[in-house]
Design a protein around this ligand. Structure first.
Ligand SMILES: [Zn+2]
Length: 425
């Protein structure tokens, strides 16, 4: 290693060492590896990730989950006790593709018109490449960070994270002073995200002849009343400043047996989006309360199926301000479909990420920040702008270069007061 720690290089100077060609090449190389989940093909990326991180000078290891799914852990730094540690948590898996909908092959990583096109370009191999480029730029500038920079390049985020970040947390392998998750946020700093609670609702009726519907009890008719009660219901009087109010979508309905029979049973499937602090029990209670208030005579049963909790980094927080101060301004076309509080730079996301494990289970100050837009993620012809890759890499370079000083100032109370002071989430 030829780099040395040099406090004399201003953090902003490292930006100039970000290389457009290199960050594009790294992102493209990752996109070309098919890591679709399901079924969960992250193992295909492990050799390339190990090569990439070792070439920078990182110590690496592979963590294999109990389900056999690998995540790559890489550390630049000594790991000595007391050193500040910045964690970059990025998922390597991507969602499936419908190839017929794509105009370029999804794993060819075509670069065209200032865009890198391919599955995972935005969500989130572009973000991983930008974070790696940030560290490379620091090292090229001759500035070895005084903090440890740890990369967790994890499996299984797209189907819930149980075989990736959650298992790393359970194994006690996640320790950091703060974390950035480079999901696509259109270069904005996201500090909150909604959770999701999904359930079936079985509605029970009494079968009878279809010619005399008043003589039985139609479960379909009762399910319609429940649907009306839940869909677009208000569950909270106090909306979250960045996430709005909880919502409920009645997504599926299945019931009845024949056109000439009063329906004896009907099942609804609902998706109730949650706010930080809401437990599964809280949500269950809110659903039952809402149904009972509107349809007290209906015979039903709620069957919870899935819960992924909401999370947030409560503002004001110096780490959110730190990352915000490191970033360039966003371009209009990368504005994500997210709620933005009037006049504020921070955003909330209507979807979940692995940030929730770090925030809720470990209390690690975590922000989500990366290139590309949620509007492009998961769709056909997913892309990330080369310009945004570069801007994100510059942000990561500054954050990596300045993190040790940031932690030292936070420890001594010298971090400047948050611009968010006085705002309660
Ligand atoms: Zn993602």
């Amino acid at each position: 290693m030829t780099t040395t720690s040099s406090p004399h290089i201003p953090e902003s100077a490292v930006e100039a060492f970000v290389r457009v060609d290199r960050v594009t090449r790294t992102a493209a190389a990752l996109v070309r590896i098919d890591t679709r989940n399901p079924p969960g093909r992250e193992a295909a990326a492990v050799p390339a990730l190990l090569d990439l991180m070792r070439a920078i000078g990182c110590d690496t290891e592979v963590f294999t989950s109990s389900g056999g799914r690998p995540s790559v852990l890489a550390r630049y730094g000594t790991g000595a006790p007391g050193r500040a540690t910045l964690l970059i948590n990025g998922h390597v898996d991507v969602v499936p593709v419908v190839e017929a909908d794509w105009t370029t092959p999804p794993f060819d990583a075509v670069v065209s018109g200032g865009r890198l096109i391919g599955r995972g370009a935005a969500d989130m191999k572009g973000g991983i490449a930008a974070a790696v480029e940030g560290l490379r730029a620091c090292l090229d500038a001759g500035l070895a960070p005084d903090a440890d920079i740890v990369f967790h390049l994890v499996a299984d985020e797209e189907t819930g994270g149980a075989h990736g970040t959650a298992e790393l947390v359970d194994a006690g392998l996640v320790r950091a002073d703060a974390c950035i998750v480079p999901e696509p946020t259109g270069l904005r700093v996201a500090v909150a995200e909604r959770g999701s609670w999904q359930a079936g609702i079985e509605v029970f009726g009494t079968a009878g002849h279809g010619g005399e519907p008043a003589l039985g009890r139609s479960a379909v008719a009762d399910a319609a009343r429940i649907t009306t009660a839940l869909h677009l219901a208000r569950f909270h009087d106090r909306p979250h400043p960045l996430l709005g109010s909880p919502t409920c979508n009645v997504a599926m309905v299945r019931g009845g047996v024949a056109a000439n029979v009063i329906a004896p049973a009907c099942t609804l499937t609902i998706d109730r989006r949650t706010l930080p602090g809401e437990s599964a029990d809280d949500v269950y209670a809110s659903i039952v309360r809402t149904i009972d208030a509107s349809c007290p005579d209906v015979d039903y049963r709620v069957l919870p199926k899935f819960f992924c909790e909401a999370s947030e980094l409560p503002l004001p927080h110096p780490f959110a301000d730190f990352v915000d101060a490191c970033r360039p301004r966003p371009r209009p076309h990368t504005r994500p479909r997210s709620r933005v509080a009037p006049g504020e730079g921070f955003i909330g996301l209507s979807l979940g990420s692995d940030a929730r494990f770090l925030r809720n289970r470990l209390g690690i100050p975590t922000v989500v920040y990366g290139p590309g837009s949620i509007e492009q993620a998961h769709g056909a012809d997913e892309w990330v702008g080369i310009g945004d890759l570069t801007l994100a890499a510059r942000t990561f370079a500054r954050a990596i270069a300045g993190f040790a000083d940031f932690v030292a100032q936070a420890d001594t109370g010298r971090v400047s007061p948050s611009r968010q002071t006085g705002r309660q989430l």
